[in-house]
Design a protein around this ligand. Sequence first.
Ligand SMILES: Cc1cc2nc3c(=O)[nH]c(=O)nc-3n(C[C@H](O)[C@H](O)[C@H](O)COP(=O)(O)O)c2cc1C
Length: 160
Amino acid sequence: MIVNVIFGSDGGATKGVASKISKKAQGKSIDIKAATKADFENCDLLILGSPTYGDGTLQTDWEENIDKLREANLAGKKVALFGTGDQATYPDSFVDAMGILFDEVSEKGATVIGFTDTSGYDYTGSTAERDGKFVGLALDQDGQSGMTEKRVTAWLAGLL
Ligand SMILES: Cc1cc2nc3c(=O)[nH]c(=O)nc-3n(C[C@H](O)[C@H](O)[C@H](O)COP(=O)(O)O)c2cc1C
């Protein structure tokens, strides 16, 4: 199974999580700046990750390269999402970028897998929460980095 992990990262936290995920999944970790349309298409499982910035926006490189995703054929493609955020400092927009990616790939006809439980987090609002679940894996490297290993392992076990 070919797994591509495409990420954007300002400070390196999301890059670190992306390499952890790709190692465990025996896949490839690709920065959105260098990614091609083919990287979105030529895999069995596509994993996308972004930190949230501003008032709940995608990371800048994702914003600048979103056309790569929009131009890719993702119809029926299995896609899983992860988001990094800081629930203590930004409780009203926790991992919102994951919600943005969810809407983007859903629009393209992708099948999103890997929804997760919202328990164990402390926030007040997130557009990544739909019908009581996160649309992917929410990670908080600022306040809950000690839980990341366990969360990633459990999530991947469900995906692979
Ligand atoms: C200016 C600024 C705005 C942020 N806004 C949010 C936010 O709205 N929601 C959230 O969950 N995290 C927010 N964060 C936290 C980052 O998403 C988090 O630190 C993330 O791990 C950074 O990933 P990176 O190192 O890959 O860039 C913000 C951080 C900064 C510095």
